[in-house]
Design a protein around this ligand. Structure first.
Ligand code: FES
Length: 167
């Protein structure tokens, strides 16, 4: 069964007719050819597919495209351009917040949302002894980013980039 869905994508109107079972991730990558958003696990565990919908981050692999009628969707392609990087992108470049880069679009979309969550007063859930040696702000950034996995282990640099972007 197919259905039609219309939403705003990176500031532009977008109108699609697709199989009702198509995830937002597959709609972005396969139908709209926006391949900046990555597919890692396709089951909500890695964060590579993170996009921003109506101002909040979601895993695009866990969401059906047809659920997004009227929504405002922002992907990594909508945050900045090579000539005019978003401040978070520039901070990731400056602090080497990546190695292979596969998780980076999701990391950056998530990081942008995290700063908005902090500004909006959304609480974090920092607990435990493992992280006790870290600075509280660093600890909070890491906890908030814990849904975005990086196999290269760029976590420290990502936290540094976020701290700079937040300053
Ligand atoms: Fe969506 Fe891994 S691809 S969380």
């Amino acid at each position: 069964e197919t259905a039609r869905v219309a939403f705003t994508l990176n500031g532009e109107p977008c109108d699609l007719t697709l199989d009702t079972r198509t995830t937002l991730l597959d709609a972005l990558r396969e139908h709209l050819h926006l391949t900046g958003t990555k597919k890692g696990c396709d089951q909500g565990q890695c964060g590579a597919c993170t996009v921003i919908v109506n101002g909040a981050r979601i895993n695009a692999c866990l969401s059906l495209a047809i659920m997004h009628e009227g929504d405002t969707v922002t992907t990594i392609e909508g945050l900045g351009t090579p000539e005019d990087l978003h401040p978070m992108q520039a901070a990731f470049v400056k602090h080497d917040g990546y190695q292979c880069g596969y998780c980076t679009p999701g990391q950056i979309c998530s990081a942008v949302s995290v700063l908005q969550e902090i500004a909006a007063g959304v609480p974090s859930h920092v607990t435990g002894d493992l992280t006790a040696a870290m600075e509280p702000s660093n600890l909070e950034m890491r906890e908030r980013m814990s849904g975005n996995i990086c196999r290269c282990g760029a976590y420290s640099n990502i936290a540094q980039a976020m701290a700079e972007a937040a300053a």
